[in-house]
Design a protein around this ligand. Structure first.
Ligand code: UDP
Length: 315
């Protein structure tokens, strides 16, 4: 297929673009490189350096079989401070993309949604049919895009799949996580043995969990990429489907730090710190739907995620 990858200069977009190329697809990347890196775009995928509003129409007028849509602002704290930016960049730019798809008859889209659409869950593991009550503008803007996709599928026959990611980690060879502002746990822990930080902060040790720290459902970015390829084939005209992507089980912050210590062979000091506002105690996905419908299953464990991330950040 001829595919447009928006946000293909970012972490997950670049991994998926690389895997699409390896699977034999033709890939064009559209990214304004505001947070991504031009040198992360895989060789073999031309980069159009522009926003979706500026360029989605022109690019899609060449005729594409589908879009994988990763381009977004994704910092929860920033979204609370600048909600307008998140509505504009996430929902507004996505609308421009969808209207360009409509105008140029692009038949399918796989969208990078998030567990943040669910907010604080009433129960875990979270099912796709559970209530969506996002607790910040980032999650709200992603949920609004999911809703818009459902409408564009119903009204204009586009086939859409939203994949709701839980905690993505790991790397794929030369493609990995390189955020200027790094908020994620695993890269922050690995920054210590690299000498970039003195210790890692554990945000909250009084949660109602076995060791008092938050539990999250981590999935390897390569398993995530595999799900995108399956989702692309599953897009049905006029239908919009939502699938969670997680492993169905979780690790606490302390457990993650311990695995990082094992993989790196370094002591990695950890400082117990106050809770980070807005963090639910436990976030675990049920991935039963995508397993039943598309045959997807995560294959790489936390150790593999940490080992691949460690290899990537040291290179
Ligand atoms: N966390 C932490 N120290 C850090 C970064 C994150 O203790 O330096 C915790 C955070 O409070 C959460 C978990 O690790 O409980 C995962 O956070 P991350 O930002 O990686 O992902 P999120 O679950 O917020 O999407």
């Amino acid at each position: 297929m001829k595919l447009l990858v928006t946000g293909g200069a970012g972490y997950i977009g670049s991994v998926v673009a690389a895997q699409l190329l390896e699977a034999g697809h033709e890939v064009v990347v559209l990214d304004d490189c505001s947070t991504g890196h031009a040198d992360a775009v895989p060789a073999g995928a031309p980069l159009v350096r522009a926003t979706l509003r500026e360029a989605a129409g022109d690019v899609l007028s060449e005729g594409f079989d589908g879009v994988l849509h990763f381009a977004a602002k994704s910092l929860v704290g920033e979204s609370v401070e600048k909600p307008g930016l998140y509505w504009d960049k996430n929902l507004g730019e996505s609308l421009a993309l969808l209207d360009a798809m409509r105008a140029h008859h692009t038949p399918r889209i796989v969208f990078s949604s998030t567990a943040a659409t669910y907010g604080e869950p009433e129960r875990t593991p979270i099912l796709e049919t559970d209530p969506t009550r996002p607790t910040n503008p980032y999650g709200a803007s992603k949920l609004a895009i999911d809703t818009t996709l459902a409408e564009y599928a119903r009204l204009y026959g586009i086939g859409g799949v939203s994949l709701r990611y839980f905690n993505v980690a790991g790397a794929y060879g030369a493609y990995g996580e390189r955020h200027t502002v790094e908020t994620h746990l695993i890269p922050n822990v690995l920054a210590v043995p690299l000498g970039r930080r003195e210790s890692v902060s554990i945000f909250g040790t009084d949660y109602p969990t076995a060791d008092g720290t938050c539990v999250r459902d981590y999935i390897h970015v390569v398993d995530l990429a595999v799900a995108h390829l399956l989702a692309l084939d599953a897009c049905a005209p006029g239908e919009h489907e939502i699938f969670n992507l997680g492993s169905g089980s979780g690790y606490s912050v302390r457990e993650v730090i311990d695995v990082c210590r094992e993989v790196t062979g370094e002591p990695i000091p950890a400082a117990e710190s106050p809770r980070r506002p807005g963090d639910p105690a436990v976030l675990i996905a049920s991935s039963a739907k995508i397993t039943d419908r598309l045959g997807w299953k995560p294959e790489r464990d936390l150790r593999a995620m940490v080992a691949d991330a460690w290899e990537f950040i040291r290179s």
